[in-house]
Design a protein around this ligand. Structure first.
Ligand code: SF4
Length: 345
């Protein structure tokens, strides 16, 4: 169940560096996250997923600079222009309303502090009022929430498994009942069984507590069951956005189709995985036109010259967008792409 927009990103641009030496890392990114929704951000390493997430939460560090666009947060206390917010406003929103689980978060725990100290510190830093006893009780409640016995409050991080440490980080992110949780590759370092357990738990918590999630991963297959909507990034641009199931059953962008061809189908006969030839471009040397064109089997002449506008592909509803010249002017799709785009998992 998803609801009203809670985060609206319009034409967000991010550079690394300033002046002549600036490199454009995000170009005109537009997204909407709705209450209770899981929005998956996928793409190869270096596509700009993490930069986008840190920019929209105002956590981007120098030399990253937001150079344009708008990010509006519609929280329980009203709307806020996050890009114009001052330090006090950001402090009020961060962790209270928008929290983040960083990449390799399970290594972010302080190795010489017990779990109870780390959880209660987070509570004390962001919310005055509760007594020490109330904070400890809340810490125990948070551990139970993520499926860890409250006995573990007195453990040190090295006494917990990798999966438990990651659950502690998720508990910390949920400590102040946020409305949005941004998760940057939160389960990448875990084995697939633990990963699945944590993701199942995460969806249960989301449904119980009602927060929305921005989930960043390079593993598109992970998002099949997890996400409501998926946005695909490449070289700092959003290339396709669609409801998760529709995107998996029929991608409209050759890059999305290539990503889907890079992992085995869940059902049906076993087919040889094609993958995508070549590597993503360096941001300092982006190809002209559509930055995917040197790797695209369906490139047209104009693809090397102009970047395509983001449009609703013919026959699709407004919930679906793709930036590809193949979807312009009522053109018939090349047969191999049409087959790929129409495949079923
Ligand atoms: Fe391929 Fe052209 Fe579409 Fe880019 S715009 S994905 S190069 S067909």
């Amino acid at each position: 169940m998803t609801g009203e927009p809670i985060l609206e990103v319009r034409d967000l641009c991010v550079d690394y560096g300033l002046g002549d030496r600036a490199v454009r890392a995000i170009t005109d990114a537009s997204l909407t996250l709705r209450r209770g929704e899981v929005l998956g951000l996928a793409g190869e390493s270096g596509s700009g997923k993490s930069t986008l997430a840190y920019a929209l939460t105002r956590l981007l560090r120098a030399p990253g600079v937001i150079t344009g666009g708008e990010v509006r947060f519609h929280g329980r206390d009203g709307s806020l222009d996050l890009l114009a917010a001052d330090a006090a406003e950001l402090r009020r929103v961060r962790w209270n309303q928008i929290s983040v689980v960083f990449q390799s978060a399970m290594h972010a725990l302080n190795p010489v502090a017990r779990i109870d100290a780390q959880l209660t510190d987070a509570l004390r830093a962001h919310r005055a009022g509760p007594t020490a006893a109330q904070r400890t009780e809340r810490a125990a409640e948070l551990l139970r929430l993520v499926g860890i016995s409250a006995d573990r409050l007195h453990s040190y991080p090295h006494e917990l498994s990798g999966g438990m440490r990651q659950r502690v980080m998720i508990a910390m992110a949920l400590a102040l009942d946020p409305e949005i949780v941004v998760m940057d590759e939160p389960t990448t370092a875990l084995d697939v069984v633990t990963q699945r357990e944590i993701l199942t738990e995460l969806l249960r918590l989301k449904d119980a507590l009602g927060f929305a999630i921005v989930f960043i991963t390079h593993d598109l297959s992970l998002l099949v069951e997890l996400a409501d909507t998926i946005a695909i990034m490449y070289a700092g641009r959003l290339l396709e956005r669609a409801p998760a199931r529709a995107l998996f059953e029929g991608p409209r962008h050759p890059y999305t189709a290539g990503l889907l061809d890079s992992f085995p189908a869940l059902h049906g006969e076993r087919v040889r995985m094609e993958g995508i030839p070549g590597s993503p471009p360096a941001l300092t040397a982006l190809p002209t036109g559509c930055s995917f064109h040197p790797r695209c089997a369906f490139a047209l002449e104009r693809c090397a010259v102009d970047f395509p506008p983001t449009t609703v592909p013919a026959g699709d509803s407004a919930g679906r967008l793709a930036a590809c010249w193949l979807h312009g002017g009522g053109r018939e799709l090349p047969a191999p792409l049409a087959r790929s785009l129409g495949r079923n998992l």
